[in-house]
Write a protein that binds this ligand. Sequence first.
Ligand SMILES: Nc1ncnc2c1ncn2[C@@H]1O[C@H](COP(=O)(O)OP(=O)(O)OP(=O)(O)O)[C@@H](O)[C@H]1O
Length: 336
Amino acid sequence: MEPILSVRNLSTWFYMEEGIVKAVNEVNFDLHENEVVGIVGETGSGKSVTVRSIMRLIHKPGKIVDGQVIYRGRGKEEDILKLPEDEMTKIRGEEISMVFQDPLTSLNPLYTIGDQLVETIIQHQDVDRKTAWEIGIEMLKKVQIPEAEKRMMAYPFEFSGGMRQRAVIAIALSCNPKVLIADEPTTALDVTIQAQILDLMRELQKEFKTGLLFITHDLGVIASMADRIIVMYGGRQMEFASAEDIFYKPMHPYTHMLLRAIPRLDKKQDKLEAIPGQPPRMIDVPNICPFAPRCPRRLDKCTKELPEFTEIEPGHYVRCFNPVIETKKSEAIANE
Ligand SMILES: Nc1ncnc2c1ncn2[C@@H]1O[C@H](COP(=O)(O)OP(=O)(O)OP(=O)(O)O)[C@@H](O)[C@H]1O
């Protein structure tokens, strides 16, 4: 089946006084209906700018300098980047929803949760207020907010952080979007609540068959969620493969490092391995592998040229001159 969303050669740069920040460069991927694609990488790797570009939420000094975002959810192929703003507003509300890290950025403190749900529902569905209110209650129940009828009348400040994020998810899903983008939706929450929200998102994603694009800096968080995973570094895709391949047959040295930074339950670890070196400075970067300065497998070539993003095995893409190619699963993760 055709993907619901295809991102092609997407590049977004920020034109700063000090120089150009090439935040996102030639990003390519598809997202299918009922699929979860995770985007993983350290801070500054370009994850948020990628999804903000898809939503066309890039403002000056930022600019989408190249690429296409093909959306197929309205029975035709549309390049989102070329749509007039009023069409884009419709897509943003009805077709593609976004959940941000901090639920307070999405909620208006002056209105009750119920009002905010109802507003979104009547804006995008042809129903009266009373029906919208009923749908709102159902949505709060779906995100497992207890006493949903009563909670409709509460203000955001009366909710805990986890409950607020549940409410934001309810609002985001209330129009049954075909694509949901979640940018670090659980980072601000404590660990047990994080796990509950992740389970909930996965359940709802399956129920609604939504395409979910999920950003996190922590590969561990995405392990149980994603069907496929994009690993980003320095504004570029380093690796893109099925979740299974990322965990059991990682090829990029950077992915190996990210995997070693995940806490393991099955192994005694005194401390997590920190990734040595600093994420790259993003201003006026040379056209070489951005990870080269930190890479333990660096070759001479790596500091002179940028490797292509190559499909090494079917569906497994890597940008590396010296990838780790393992034959046995047991050898896949270094240090095991
Ligand atoms: N408004 C902006 N103005 C200038 N530079 C920006 C702006 N927004 C993002 N950038 C730069 O773009 C690069 C990518 O940022 P982005 O927010 O996408 O990273 P990220 O991987 O999502 O990290 P984080 O997990 O910290 O959000 C960074 O170097 C960042 O400094």
